[in-house]
Structures are given as C-alpha cells and as structure tokens.
Design a protein around this ligand. Structure first.
Ligand code: PEP
Ligand code: MG
Length: 753
C-alpha cells in the first residue's frame, strides 16, 4: 500500500492549533484547505457544503479558481462530488476526467487535474458536504490517506456549522435560527425546555489528543470492558428461553469482537484523535450508512454498531449503565432511537418533553412515554442533525409540531396555549367522579390501557372504571433478565393492589413482532408483524406460556381474574390457549392453591379473520376485546411500525367502521360482550363513533379519559348513530371530514380540539 501521506497526526496538530487560534470561520476554512493541500502534497483541496436547496456549493478551495467560491454549485447527484454526497462513501480515482460521473465546470479551472479523492462530511447521519483533494498527475491514493481525509472531514463538520452564520441562510447544516418540524404525536401535551441528547456527545473541543499513548490505552481498556460486558450478556441470556438459536446476540458479540472495527478505531487515534473522537467518527459513518441502507437486516446490524459505539462512549465516560440523571431545569430529551427500558430510566427525571427521531405511534417507547405522561413526538427525520446542545425547543404534542430555537412571539403564543390547556385539564379533572353518560342516557365504561405499575396510578386520578388492557409483556421487555415465576406473581399481585378493587383485564404475553426480547432470538423474518409472534409464539413456547398462566392464577387467588389472549386468528388458537389455562388451574387446585373467585376468559380480535370466526367461539369465550392497533394494520395492510404508512389509513373510514359495525352486530346476536382497546379509542371523535356503533366499553391511554368523557357527556348517541349509519350506507365523501363537521356543529370545536 503506498504510504505517501504519513503524517495525519501532524496535520491534526496543526488543525488543532489553527482552531485554537480563533480565526473567523471562513478564514479557518481557507486555512484548513491550505493546510490539507500542503500536508497531503495535493495540488487542490476544496470544501463543498450542502445548501438548503440540496445543492453542493464550493465554500473554500486551494488550487481551484477563487472566483468559483460561493458561485459553483453542483446538484446532489452531479459529478464525482455529487456521487460522494449521494452514497455517503469516499471515492478515490486515478484519472477523474475519464470517470463516467465526472462533470466539468470551466469556471473552476480544474482541467489539468487527474487524480481525485473525496470524502463525505457527515453530521448526525447526514451528508452535509464533501471534502476533496486533487493532483495533477494520475496517482492512486492510499487507504491511510482516505482515512486521514475522513478524520479531517469530521473536524470540518463541526467547523462548518459555524459557517452558516457567515454565508447567510443558503447552507443547510443547521441554523441558529428558529425552525419548525412536523412529527407524530406519541404522547399528547406541550413541553418547553433545553434539549439533552440521550446518546453520548463528543464536543469538538475533545477531538484532538494531547497524549497519544494515553488515548490508545484508554481505548484498549474500554474495548476490553465492552467485550467482557457483551460476552457476559450472551452467556446470561442464552437459554433463558427454550434454547432458541442465538443468532441475534451472537451477531452482536461478533461485531463487538470485530478486529476491523478495532483497527479503524485505533488507526483514528493513531492519526491524532482522542478515543472519544475516534468512536464518534465511526458512529458518524454508521449513521450515514443507515440513512441510505434499505435492507432490514443491514439496518439492524448498523443499529447494533451504533449501539456499540454508544456503549463504548459511555464506558469511556465512566457512566456505563445509562444513568439518566437530569440536572435541574426544564429538559427535553432527544434520541435517535429509544428502547422502553432506556426511557424508563428517565422516569424520575422530570423531563418536560421527549423527541425520538425514529419512532412510530404504536412503538414501545411511545407506550412508555404515554405511561409517563410526558409530551412526546416521534418520526422526526434529521432531528439530531438539526439540533445542537443547549438549543431550546417547544414540543407541541397536540398539533405534532416541534419548534426549534423559538423566538419570543412563538414562545408567548405557547404560554397562552398552555394556560388554555391547563384550563381544559381542570375541566376534565372536575369530571373525574361524574358518570361517563351521554345526554340521551347511554352509559359507557371508560377503562385504561396499562402495562407498567406507573400506569395504574392513573386509575385514581382519571376515575377510570378499571384496566381494559394490561400489557403483561412490558414486565418482560423492561426487565434485565427473564422474570421468574415469583417475580411475575408479585408483579400481578401489585397490579391488583394498585387497582384497589377495580377490574384489571390481563392480556397474556404479546411478544415477537416489534416487541423483541434480545434472548427471544427469533430467526430473521421478512414481515415480523405477520410472523411468529403473540399467541403463536406463546402456544409454541408452552413452558414459558404456562409459567405466565400459573403466575396469573396464583396472583388472583380469591379475586376475579379477567384474562385475554392476544391476536387470535382462528377459533382453534383460542381453544388451545383456554385449555392450557384450565389445565394450569386444575394443576394448581390439585396442589392446594385456591383459584380465582371468578374467571373471565376473553380473546382479542386483532385480525380480520377472527371477525368471521365468532360463531365458533361464542359458546366458549366470555368476552372479546378489539385491538385496533393491530387490526387496522392487518385490515389495511399497513405496517403500524413504518411511519410512512402508519398514518395513512383511518379508523374513521367506511371500510374500517363497516367492519367494526359487522363485529358489533355479530357479537350482539351471539351474545358476546365486545369492547375496544386499541389506542384509536382515545380520540373523542373515534370514541363517539364506536359508541354509536354499539360498543359500551372502551379502553384507552390515561390522558384520553377526560377528553372522551367530556365529549360523551355532551353527545346524543342516538343522533350520532342515525347520521353515522346513513353515512356508512349511502355516503361517498371523506367520512372523517363529515363526521368531524357533524361533531363541531353539535358540540362546538372545544371537545375536538
Ligand atoms: C392492539 O393491537 O390494538 C392492542 C391493543 O395491542 P398492542 O398495541 O399491545 O399490540
Ligand atoms: Mg395488538
């Protein structure tokens, strides 16, 4: 391998001195290109930054014509520079003019240059520019030169941020200016605060190493700790579940031991970076590849790599387990991805808002955020790039808007809005002990969706009639290791205690699909939502399933047990699950344990097929509960976890409501009590339509009980039913619009804000 550039560390030192000297930003860019060209013995060095209109603008050059600076612009897919921006990968070419992607720009005077090397400038997983060097003669750039240029590009990414202030608003790195983004509401409310990143940050000031050998030894030690941790994770977790293949954890372990990863980190430190900066560089590359990768398997591996980068950074900071302590002040948490367990660690932190770049409404982080009652937005591509530590934000999780660095006028408007919504909250709180009864005397049971002990406290604050859906898998998802029988019994027992006599409907484990346990080790599935999950997984894992049933029976001794099985698709699945439960009951009783005082066995209707199997189960089932989150995804063939399609289809549409009407009528005829527990019931307009179709028990997030009760108490259900049924029979327009117009006419807009 040619080694024509052997002094990356020297260059780093010079860069460090130059950054410390405090020149103007543009001056620094000019000096940087001179420095790189000089040290790399290149005839040309240029920096292109991405503009708001997604072009690449030349902002500094050594070697090309000065007049071209701030005038030459390339489209994102134009020329070699565009190629690098598109792929987020370096490109080294011996004879550039002969390359098919080469694009000639006469104003730059680049005719005589043959050799070309360019690397992306990455920030927060996004390409924000391209750094290039060129030589007159044809030559092959070595691996070490490519590496060095990538390291320099990382430093430049930070430097380039400051350039925005000096070149007006053309460059799109991030602005110090106010900006607005739209996201999905994962938990309603409004929050103000200063942002705090969940992933460890490496400030630019920590990029350059003072003492190389110390950095090498810090990195080596951190890598050893990381590997030990990952190895013990594999050993502890393996076999906890039925000895399934251990692909997922094994792959993770292999990645942690990958010598190529270590070598790259060590090389970067060798080139003059601190251990933290070396890891940060790797993390930028992994994130950038994630932005372009479409294959789900590769994406998972890249997330694994990013996770390893983050773990390593935490080890270096001496904060191995995520210590989610937030200092005083109003803080909004910002994360690219967040697991339910991570989020739970912040529960005592008094967060004012949560922003998750990559999360959809029915993801687990969203469910935990709702349990914590913190205004949360998800589905915000580019979020982490757009923000900088110390930025202030307003999380408007009522309208799905995020205001970055808001100006005074926006802040004032929100202060007023918050005052208004606290008035509303007070109004809802005043209804706590009032009946959920419509104007024409229709009584409805409003229940809570829960999964964590923390949710159960809302039973008293909201005045809900009970827990209509207790997601028992949450105990498994947030536990460090598989909960033992005794721990499960205690968990359910606590749930009974906290419910203080109100009914709790326990839904047996709904794992698989999006709710993966690391030690479940499923084989990779093309469509996890349609795969080996929920009741399918439970019925195939009898030891595991029986243990849960036993725990539920033990905890409910002498109390009524309401239990339901998720995602029943055909009658036989229900029969099999019920038989297991009754077997367990007989087994327990034979050993002298008292059973529950009442036993109500239900099935969740979450697949369209089960809507047509009700006749077969009617003699055996005590109730059904409709899970609209899953039902709608299957009904409309739209993955609830894919933000681009998750919101595309609507419960308030003719196909969905006609199906639910069919189910309500069938259940009525067959004498099966039917309720609904998907998150969609929590919107007042949806809830009123479902009540109008005949449903008398709805289970929803705690924050929805007040608004739904408020709307119900001023509604005439018979009138709504009349209009809705007519609309379903004869209408052709947009049903949601028509229904909302009807409600606004009869209720005023306040009930449907
Ligand atoms: C549903 O699918 O609507 C449901 C309530 O279950 P989960 O959201 O836990 O899948
Ligand atoms: Mg479901």
């Amino acid at each position: 391998m040619p080694h024509s550039f052997s002094a990356p560390r020297l260059l780093m030192n010079r860069l460090r001195q130059m950054m410390a000297a405090g020149h103007e930003t543009r001056d620094r860019l000019d000096k940087t290109v001179q420095l790189i060209a000089g040290t790399m013995v290149a005839d040309v060095c240029s920096i292109y930054l991405r503009t708001k209109t997604d072009e690449l603008e030349l902002v500094a050059t050594e070697g090309l014509r000065r007049e071209a600076v701030f005038s030459t612009k390339l489209a994102m897919d134009e020329g070699l520079v565009g190629q690098i921006a598109l792929t987020a990968q370096p490109l080294a070419i011996q004879d550039a003019p002969r390359h098919p992607a080469f694009s000639y720009r006469p104003e730059t005077g680049e005719d005589p240059y043959h050799a070309f090397l360019g690397v992306p400038i990455l920030r927060g997983g996004r390409v924000i520019g391209v750094l290039t060097v060129q030589n007159r003669t044809e030559r092959a750039y070595g691996e070490d030169e490519i590496e060095s240029l990538q390291t320099i590009a990382m430093v430049l990414a930070e430097l380039a941020v400051a350039v925005t202030d000096e070149v007006g608003d053309r460059i799109s790195l991030r602005g110090r200016r106010a900006a607005r983004m739209s996201g999905r509401v994962l938990c309603g409310g409004i929050g103000f605060g200063e942002i705090r990143f969940h992933d460890p940050e490496v400030p630019a000031a920590k990029f350059f190493a003072e003492d190389q050998s110390r950095e090498i030894s810090r990195l080596g030690k951190a890598l050893r700790t990381l590997r030990l941790n990952v190895d013990s994770m594999v050993t502890i977790d393996s076999g906890a579940l039925m000895g399934e293949p251990r692909d997922v954890l094994e792959t993770y372990r292999l990645l942690a031991h990958d010598p190529a990863w270590t070598e790259r980190l060590m090389d970067a430190v060798d080139g003059g970076l601190t251990a933290e900066a070396a890891i940060d560089r790797a993390r930028r590359e992994h994130r950038a590849r994630l932005e372009t990768a479409t294959d789900p398997y590769i994406r998972e591996r890249l997330y694994d790599l990013e996770d390893l980068d983050n773990r390593l950074l935490r080890i270096l900071s001496g904060n191995e387990t995520l210590k989610a302590e937030i200092a005083d002040g109003d803080v909004v948490l910002v994360a690219r991805r967040l697991g339910p367990a991570d989020l739970l660690e912040y529960r005592e932190s008094g967060l004012k808002g949560i922003l998750i770049e990559d999360a959809s409404v029915s993801s687990h982080a969203a469910i935990v955020a709702r349990a914590m009652g913190i205004p949360t937005l998800g589905g915000l591509p580019g979020l982490t790039t757009a923000l900088e530590g110390g930025d202030k934000v307003i999380v408007d999780a009522e309208d799905g808007a995020l205001h970055l660095r808001p100006d005074e006028a926006v802040s004032n408007a929100y202060r007023n809005k918050v005052a208004l919504s606290s008035e509303r909250e007070e109004r809802y709180a005043a209804l706590r002990d009032e009946p959920a009864r419509s104007l024409d005397g229709v009584d409805v049971r409003l229940m809570l969706n829960a999964g964590l002990q923390l949710d159960l406290d809302h039973l008293q604050t909201t005045g809900a009639d009970g827990v209509g859906l207790f997601r028992t898998e949450f105990q498994f998802l947030v536990a460090e290791s598989m909960p033992l029988l005794g721990e499960q019994v205690k968990f359910y027992h606590d749930a009974y205690e906290r419910a203080r006599g109100k009914p709790v409907i326990f839904r047996t484990v709904d794992l698989g699909g999006d709710k993966m346990l690391p030690n479940l080790n499923q084989e990779r599935e093309e469509n996890p939502a349609l795969g080996w999950r929920s009741i399918r997984f439970a019925l195939d894992s009898k030891g595991f399933f029986r243990r849960q049933l036993r725990a539920l029976l033990r905890a409910s001794t002498g109390r009524p047990l309401w239990i339901m099985f998720p995602m029943i698709t055909v009658a036989e699945e229900f029969f099999e699950a019920k038989a297991l439960l009754l077997d367990e009951l007989a087994w327990s009783e034979a050993r002298g344990h008292d059973g529950p005082s009442e036993l109500h066995i239900g099935a969740m209707l979450e697949t369209p097929s089960f809507g047509f199997a009700l006749k077969e189960v009617c003699a055996e089932v005590d109730f059904i509960s409709i899970g609209t989150n899953d039902l709608l995804q299957f009904f409309f063939a739209a993955d609830r976890m894919t933000p681009k399609v998750a919101d595309r289809y609507d419960l308030l549409s003719r196909p969905a409501l006609r199906f639910l009407q069919h189910v309500a009528e069938t259940c009525d005829t067959l004498g099966i009590p039917a309720s609904i527990c998907g998150e969609a019931t929590g919107h007042p307009a949806n809830a009123l339509c479902l009540i109008a179709l005949g449903y008398r028990q709805l289970s929803m997030p705690a924050s929805s009980i007040g608004p739904v009760k408020f709307a119900l108490r001023s509604a005439n259900i018979a009138d709504i039913r009349h209009t809705l049924c007519k609309q379903l029979d004869q209408g052709t327009g947009d049903l949601r619009k028509e229904v909302l117009a009807m409600f606004r006419d009869t209720h005023g807009s306040d009930a449907f804000h």
